[in-house]
Design a protein around this ligand. Structure first.
Ligand code: ZN
Ligand code: ZN
Length: 93
């Protein structure tokens, strides 16, 4: 095991706020699951997200949050855990 996403693995629930209105976002699931195979970057701004973020988001898992007020989805980067973090989590549980 190398890195894993605590949200995908059920250790944490997604708790992020909307960047526009600070409303708590609903968890819409994992980005790749949501878009499926056919077009993973359909709605994503290429310049912003395919290049820069791919590198910046190394060891991050992309999730979708739905803002009920803006009626808009936001992409959230969840930091993945390494074995040390996971071990510490097990220790304090
Ligand atoms: Zn995840
Ligand atoms: Zn919002």
């Amino acid at each position: 095991m190398d890195h894993l996403c605590p949200v995908c693995n059920g250790f944490l629930s997604l708790h992020e706020e909307c960047p526009l209105c600070s409303e708590p976002l609903d968890d819409s699931g994992r980005l790749y699951d949501y878009y499926g195979d056919y077009s993973p970057y359909r709605e994503i701004d290429d310049a912003k997200l395919t290049n820069g973020v791919q590198d910046a988001l190394h060891h991050h898992c992309l999730h979708l949050g739905w803002c009920p007020r803006c009626r808009q989805e936001h992409i959230l980067a969840v930091e993945e855990w390494d074995e040390v973090t996971l071990y510490e989590y097990d220790g304090i549980r």
